[in-house]
Structure formats: C-alpha cells, structure tokens
Design a protein around this ligand. Sequence first.
Ligand SMILES: Nc1ncnc2c1ncn2[C@@H]1O[C@H](COP(=O)(O)OP(=O)(O)O)[C@@H](O)[C@H]1O
Ligand SMILES: [Mg+2]
Length: 358
Amino acid sequence: MFLKEKEETDLLDQFEKETQLFLNRKRLLGKGGYSKVFQAKTKKGIEYAVKFIGISDRNGNKENARYKSRLALHDCKFSTSAKHKSFIHSFGYYKLSKYSYAIIMNKATGNFKTIISTFFKEQLFGNITTKILCYNKMSNSLIKFFFNQIINSMMFLFENDWVHFDIKPENLLLFNQELKLSDFSLTDLVPKIGKYELLSSGTTSYMPPEYYSVDREINAFDADKIDVFAIGCILFKLITRKDVINKDIKDSELNEENIKNEIKVSLKFLDNYFQKNKCDNDENRELLNLIIKMLNPYISQRISMKELIEDGWRKKNEKKINDIKEIHVNYYIKVLSEIQKADSLSKIEKRRKKFNLG
Ligand SMILES: Nc1ncnc2c1ncn2[C@@H]1O[C@H](COP(=O)(O)OP(=O)(O)O)[C@@H](O)[C@H]1O
Ligand SMILES: [Mg+2]
C-alpha cells in the first residue's frame, strides 16, 4: 500500500520542482493513517504545510489502492473548495502519480491531541507556574472554552448537511489561537432523507456502536450524531484523561454489543468521577447529563447536533465564554507560551524518568 522510499523521494523531488516549495523532510509536522505532513517553505521563506498522500498498488492490491486514492482525492477536493474560517485553509492540490497526491495548506501550530497531552503532562509534572495554570482549569473553564471552539468549528459543516465522520483531537488543528477542522477524507454530504450506509470507518476510540451493526445502515437524519458521539468522546477524555472506547480493544472483540458495554462502563466511571472529585454542583451535573446524552449507545436516542448546539448548558456557557473570551484566549496563550518557554516537554520527560513514572 505504501510507497517504497525511493518512489516517495522521487515524488517529493517532483513536487518541489513543480511548485518551488521546499520540504523539510527531516522533521514531519505530523503523520496520519495514510499521509505524511511536511513543513514547506518558498524561496522567500513563507511557510506552508504539505500533506503528502503516497499510495502504491504494489503487491497487486489495486482495489485497496483505488479505494485509498479515492479518499485522498476527496480530501484534496473538499479541502481546497470548502473555504470557511472554521476549516484549516488549503490553497490547492497536486496529483503526483496515479494514486498519490499533495495538498498545500496553511501551517497550523499543532493539533489538539498535542495540546491536550501537554496540558495533562503539565498537570502532573509541570513546574509550579504551569501546574497552577493547568491544574483544575482543565476540568472547568478551559473545558467549556475548548468545547465551544470544537462546536464553532463544526457549525458550518453541520449547517450545510455535511458530516465529518472522523472527528478526533488529531484532526482539530490550532491556527491563530483557534481550533480548525481538517482531514476531510471521510467527510460526506448527507441530506436528511432515507437511509445512509456507513461505508468507511474512522478511528476506533471515537466510533459509535452503529459502525459494528450487521447492515451498518442508519437513518440519514441521524448521521450528524456520529460526529456528536466523537465530540462526546473528546469531552470525556478532557475530563477523565481516558478513552470511552479503549483503543487497544482486540479486533476479535470489536462488535456492537461489546462497544455498547464499553460505553456503559465508561459512563459509570464518569458518574463516579464527578462524585469523587466533588464536581457535584448544578452546572457540572448539567455537563455530565449532556455528555451522557452525547454518548448514548443507541443512535436514535442520542442527542443530535442541532440539539447540542441549542443545549441550555452550552448556550449559557457560550454566552459566558464570549463575554470572557479575551481572558480565556489570553490565558490559553499564556499557558502555551509558558510551556514553550520552559521547554517543559523535555524537562517533563527528565522529571518523569527521575521519578520513575514510566
Ligand atoms: N496544516 C497543517 N499544519 C500543521 N500540521 C498539520 C497540518 N495538517 C495536518 N497536520 C498534522 O499531521 C497529522 C496528520 O494529518 P491528517 O490530515 O489528519 O492526515 P490523515 O488523513 O492521514 O489522518 C495531523 O494530526 C496534524 O498533527
Ligand atoms: Mg487525520
């Protein structure tokens, strides 16, 4: 499926020659299931990100190569034609060979997964300043702030009947202090009529049980609930640091009933977590109830994106957050810059080793 090193080098050389954009091949900005993302620079030093999707039909697996390449082309077309402030901006794409593509994008500061893990590490191992900044905040006002950013990034997609189908922290990128959506290979237009078959799969930890049903068929008007479930999983992680569905679950155990059970166990854990951490006030109870509604294992009973956008708790906090947005944005930038200044990631690693924390 993947290209040989030489094939890849040749395509990247060809890309540089045709675009006059020069790639930093030593340090990747990121890596996905079927892509590598490079930092690129023009001769004048203007920076971009280039998502390189290199697919080969070696070993005669033409069907698979064709399928992956269809997803890649869809990603290219969607990201370069959908222009909105909630998406990471793409300037254009190149077809480099029969199955390989490159997309030229704005370079983001990082993905939301890195932000979350930096915060978690700081909570545990940070210096006194970053610890105070991160501790607790992650479990209340910052959660609301991030939640709001995620919903904002989804709003335009939802209003136009698109479902992303692969919402997860790795696909939310930070650009200009805002989270933007990216990675549109599975994004699909789902008009709210008839049935919809879930053809492609996203990422196990963020995929609801209906993916494992025998016919994989849902009512089209429920399709946005697939994204709602994934946002619920992100909220769950922000609060508990755990995945709703364990990503190490064995392939042989991936079936509808097991996934439903995993969710039920996780929801119980969340309930206990709120009680144990003395989060038992009205506002937090509303948040807990909202997450329970988002993670409902039964799609017909799960809250829809429209209901989520209109949810009382969210609206209340949206207003509050808009009122104090400046404070949150400043706080958020402060934490990030504090973390960068302290170069704490490497220090955290050292501290972790020193204290033998694995
Ligand atoms: N425009 C960008 N700027 C900076 N990093 C990016 C950019 N696009 C993607 N990345 C990084 O590369 C990773 C993989 O990109 P993604 O588009 O999600 O690929 P895949 O479709 O293979 O999952 C992302 O999680 C992110 O960390
Ligand atoms: Mg991705």
